[in-house]
Design a protein around this ligand. Structure first.
Ligand code: ATP
Ligand code: MG
Length: 221
């Protein structure tokens, strides 16, 4: 699913990533753990095409999602590619406050311009699956933290992305809500063969994933 080689990232003289190689296979749930500042979020943003590695040519950097290299794409091509292939879940749900839960979930669809009957059906299926069907028309401030985070997961899934990147998705939830969101990731994998890469400080979650990668000082050790 993902094949990445020689990822480097520097901010001025600060080297944040120092040659990361990573392979992710379809249907896998991979966790990335490591101390604060190790470079986990930076790596996730780069793998998710939201940020670029440094000195791609000199470092021989390669990142492929299903054989397709996205490093050379124009911004326009890249937004389209990202919208179609990649879903994100962040620590804070980042739902838009003026829109309802359903409208938030449908936002990526407007960009991709898919047929509305199919996507509406898909949205309702996701709301059922994520047990938030009763909160469809509520705005984010009327949702609990766990509900808002599940809406964010539905938004990440609406375009049937190939892969979902989650950066501390349960960092802001109590342990009960965190556990149920973790269970949800596994259910979605079982049901849709969905692939997840999850950065987490939750060691229980990390131990239960298929593969735990440890980052230290800009490298996977
Ligand atoms: N835009 C930026 N400009 C300068 N330095 C940055 C920038 N983004 C990140 N850094 C630095 O890069 C290093 C790695 O940051 P990153 O956010 O990837 O760490 P992390 O492993 O996700 O940490 P945490 O567990 O605290 O989220 C840190 O030292 C951080 O201060
Ligand atoms: Mg981080």
């Amino acid at each position: 699913m993902i094949k990445a080689r020689n990822i480097y990232k520097s901010y001025a003289s600060l080297e944040v990533l120092k040659g990361v190689n990573i392979d992710i296979f379809k249907g896998e749930i991979v966790s990335i753990v490591g101390e604060s500042g190790a470079g986990k979020s930076t790596l996730l943003q780069i793998l998710g095409s939201l940020d670029s590695p440094s000195n791609i040519t000199a470092n021989g950097t390669e990142i492929r999602l299903n054989e397709k290299s996205f490093l050379e794409m124009s911004d326009k091509e890249l937004s389209k590619f990202r919208n179609k292939n990649i879903g994100f879940v962040f620590q804070f749900h980042q739902l838009l406050p003026e829109f309802t839960a359903l409208e938030n979930v449908l936002l990526p669809v407007r960009i991709a311009d898919q047929p509305s009957a199919y996507t509406l059906e898909k949205a309702h299926e996701l709301f059922d699956e994520l047990k938030i069907a009763h909160r469809l028309h509520h705005k984010p401030k009327e949702l609990s933290g766990g509900e808002a985070q599940r809406v964010a997961v539905a938004r990440a899934l609406i375009n049937d992305p190939k892969i979902i990147f989650a950066d501390e998705p349960t960092g802001n939830l109590d342990s009960k809500n965190a556990d149920s969101l973790h269970q949800l990731f596994f259910d979605l994998r079982d049901k849709y063969d969905q692939t997840f890469v999850i950065v987490t400080h939750n060691l229980g979650l990390a131990e239960s994933t298929d593969r735990k990668l440890v980052m230290k000082d800009g490298q996977i050790v």
